[in-house]
Design a protein. Sequence first.
Length: 377
Amino acid sequence: MKQKYLFTIMCLFIFTGSYSQELANFKRPVIVSPEIGEKTVTFRILEPQAKLVRLYGSWMKSYDSSVNMLKDSAHVWTVSISRPAPELYTYNFIIDGLTVNDANNIFLQRDGTRYLSVLLVPGDLTANYFEATQHGNLMKVWYDSPTIGKNRRMYVYTPYGYEKNSENYPVLYLLHGGGGDEDAWCTMGRACQILDNLIEKKLAVPMICVMPNGNAGQEAAKTLMIEETSYDRNDPKSANLYTNSIVKDIIPYVEKNYRVIAKPEARAISGLSMGGGQTISVTNDYPGTFSYICPLSSGIRANQTDVDTKLQGIKNAGFKLYWIGCGSDDFTFESNKNLDAALTKNGMEHTFFITGGGHTWANWRVYLNTFGQLLFK
């Protein structure tokens, strides 16, 4: 019995050793994806069992524009496309009908509850989307919000050199859109890279950038798995919870815990879509708090009541810049034209910066890269 047991153990070792040797001899092909050339971009994925693999990218006109990939003898599926114009794109593979990310690309972007593979094509447009030589720091900060009744999280960017000197800095409060959270501007907007590059090139004044979570029911991004609170928007007690908290909770926290210039002329606020609406609301309700106002892809309704009174409040309190950004194909374009007309009617000097394209991060990155150079000057 004992000899039989020993024989079984020896057979197991022999089998394990031979199997390990077999694994050692198996060489997984080295796969580079995406591979950006001068005129083409090549995508690759190893899928031995797949029958059909396609590529879809945000540079394509529609989901139906996906292209088929070809499998080689090593079971690597490959396709080369003409190099798209410089921009930050997202893409995925469709394997026998199942959508997957590129396992060979570590550059991922979180968009709400989705993670997407990223293709960043170099060029003049995207020059400031890549890493600068001098990097600022990004902190994930928890603060108490008595207005909302929660301990909440926001991101705070401090520029290169902040820790080494004793200077005080102006602050940009940068708000995300619907479906986003405190991570959105950093991940999809490349805010840290843009500010790093602008500051390093001396195109922008060194500044702190505060990126809060604009969803009043959340303490932080959904990725933290913290239970959310539902608020009744029709309840007057819940109205403007977040915009009130910006002035009553966030600004006091920032001005107490960071070296900032605690004056209106050193405060800017901007936001996209939902955050653009919050930018308009908070500056209308608290005139004189921010001297630089930059709503993006938002606007106001036609014939909106009390808009003139609100804008006159801002005008009388004083401001240095009112800058609107929107794409000509954006579904909010007419609302932005309404805001442009209202500002003109009330004699308020402003900029209406119009680009092509729609309600996309491709525009919002451009807007930050543009108005960021105008702040605090």
